[in-house]
Design a protein around this ligand. Structure first.
Ligand SMILES: C[S@@+](CC[C@H](N)C(=O)[O-])C[C@H]1O[C@@H](n2cnc3c(N)ncnc32)[C@H](O)[C@@H]1O
Length: 276
């Protein structure tokens, strides 16, 4: 049997402003980026004004996308998370900075919808997948084994390929379904309200990278991207402006705990061995 190649991967956690660090040119050869910025919706960030003029906000994100494009290898991928109401602006700045659009992923987060009296309630977030160049250098077609819908007659012996609608990953919330994964302080309060679920990063990283690739997260937050990358033998670079979160990321990576262990999701996928 072929022996797996032993990979010594590394991670780097940088404290600072991602735009300045990206301009500094020490970050290059990036195969993949996950971008989950503040959404400019009035949330409380210590080092970011989350209620600024929209034009300023989108110009700033465009500059970041431009720098990320330069730092990325040909065929490298970017996954950019945003609110659905910002789809138009996001697709515009991706295209203006040279990225090739591949998919608009609908992440239906299994949480309650945001109600409205004059339009349908909102229940999803978007993740735009784009590449440098026409085609991705890596794309692993993942298959999952979701429960059979009631109207289906037969089991699907090969599972189903993932589509651009993801409705099987729960957002980490403070309510009933908060679970153990959300990082909390001694009082039980969540330390970072925007912590992404490891299941989401697992899916994205497995789809668009190979072992040994280098992954960048310019808005690292609690470091979810790095924690998943490390377990999947991908190199990673995380940038976070708030020193409090930088410490949290370092601690999270020093000893990856049971709640962060991605292997519990492996059974849900088919033929994962090709991507691990
Ligand atoms: C939406 S959160 C990311 C959450 C992350 N996906 C996780 O799993 O924890 C955005 C993060 O970007 C950080 N941030 C804001 N402005 C930044 C900047 N200019 N450079 C780097 N980080 C920044 C915030 O402090 C915050 O932690």
């Amino acid at each position: 049997m072929e022996q797996p190649v032993k990979l010594n991967t590394t991670y780097r956690v940088l404290q600072g402003n991602c735009l300045e660090l990206l301009r500094g040119s020490s970050i290059n050869g990036i195969d993949f980026s996950f971008v989950d910025p503040p959404f400019n919706q009035g949330k409380d960030y210590r080092y970011f004004d989350d209620g600024q003029n929209q034009e300023k906000y989108w110009n700033w994100l465009k500059e970041i996308l431009d720098e990320l494009y330069k730092a990325t290898v040909e065929g490298g991928a970017i996954y950019f998370m945003q609110r659905e109401k910002n789809t138009e602006d996001l697709l515009r700045i991706l295209s203006e900075t040279g990225w090739t659009f591949q998919n608009l992923i609908i992440w239906k987060k299994k949480t309650s919808a945001v109600p409205s009296n004059f339009r349908f309630s909102k229940q999803y977030q978007i993740i735009s997948f784009a590449t440098k160049g026409r085609k991705p250098r890596v794309f692993n077609k993942l298959r999952t084994d979701p429960p059979l819908p009631p109207e289906y007659k037969y089991e699907r012996s090969n599972g189903v390929y993932l589509t651009d609608v993801w409705d099987d990953i729960r957002e980490l919330t403070s309510g009933y379904f908060a679970g153990d994964e959300a990082i909390r302080d001694e009082k039980g309060d969540r330390i970072h309200k925007q912590q992404s679920p490891i299941a989401l990063l697992l899916r994205i990283i497995l789809s668009s990278t190979s072992p040994g690739d280098t992954i960048l997260d310019p808005f690292a937050g609690t470091g979810t991207t790095l924690v998943v990358a490390e377990q999947l033998k991908r190199n990673s670079v995380g940038i976070e402006i708030d020193p409090k979160y930088v410490k949290l990321i370092e601690k999270r990576l020093e000893c990856i705990g049971k709640t962060d262990d991605v292997s519990k999701f492996y059974d849900y996928y088919r033929e994962l061995c090709k991507t691990l």
